[in-house]
Design a protein around this ligand. Sequence first.
Ligand code: NAD
Length: 265
Amino acid sequence: MATAHGELQGKVALITGAGSGIGRASAVLFAEHGAAVGVLSRTEAEVRDAVEEIQGKGGRALPLLADVSDSAAMAAAVDRLAREYGRLDIVFANAGINGVWAPIDQLEPQEWDRTIAINLRGTYLTIHHTVPHLRKAGGGCVLVTASINGTRTFTTGGATAYSATKAAQVAMARMLALELARDRIRVNAICPGWIETEIDDNTQPRNAGKADYPAEYPAGEVPLTDGKPGGSFDVAELALFLASDRAKHITGTPVWIDGGESQLV
Ligand code: NAD
């Protein structure tokens, strides 16, 4: 049985978007629980920093630089991780951007394409390139970071491309849970509400207010915390649970983690 502090002992995990926010918190937590972690992002400085943090705490981590929407780069990164640690058990397709939030007639085709490429094609490529390794390990676990947007709430003005990718990610997780069950690969989706991370740096609102249907919640939009956002480690704890053997009978399930935010609408 796994010990309380070694839930992922002997496992190898790939986490995309692990340079900051939810991915980084999960990389640190997974490593603390014994996993060797492939820390993948497209920004060298943040990957290096995250790996140093993990190694500084006595954990095992490998820096991997790749854009998740680039098939060749993802294939090379996955190959490197599998060669370095000899196996792959856990895949966390987490990298994502908010992208441009704009009224639909003002959202340019290349802006639409970029959000779809990173959030949706990136999720596909992450899973596509890793499933053979999970199969080889005799089974494993895939986690996808979706959102409350597009799955329970449809109120973020202008975030149509983003929400469409998040809805599609949940559809993918449910489809693949069935497809990969015979390989003993579990697939689940994590759907966060408002979490304090660096994602605002990847958000470009442009007249988004014009696409908004105004609604006010004077007491704040996160009932459990009097309006304050959740933290990356709140989401990392859920990821750890879903990746561990404690969740061995859970697959094809979106789990919302939002302090009650998505109950408001
Ligand atoms: P973040 O910006 O702090 O982290 C995102 C990470 O992904 C960064 O390391 C970034 O460099 C990386 N990344 C971005 N594009 C990439 C690409 N093309 N290739 C490789 N790496 C790339 O944001 P976060 O909030 O931690 O976001 C993680 C996931 O959580 C995203 O999928 C996001 O949609 C989802 N999410 C976040 C919130 C929130 O409120 N923060 C809510 C719901 C869902």
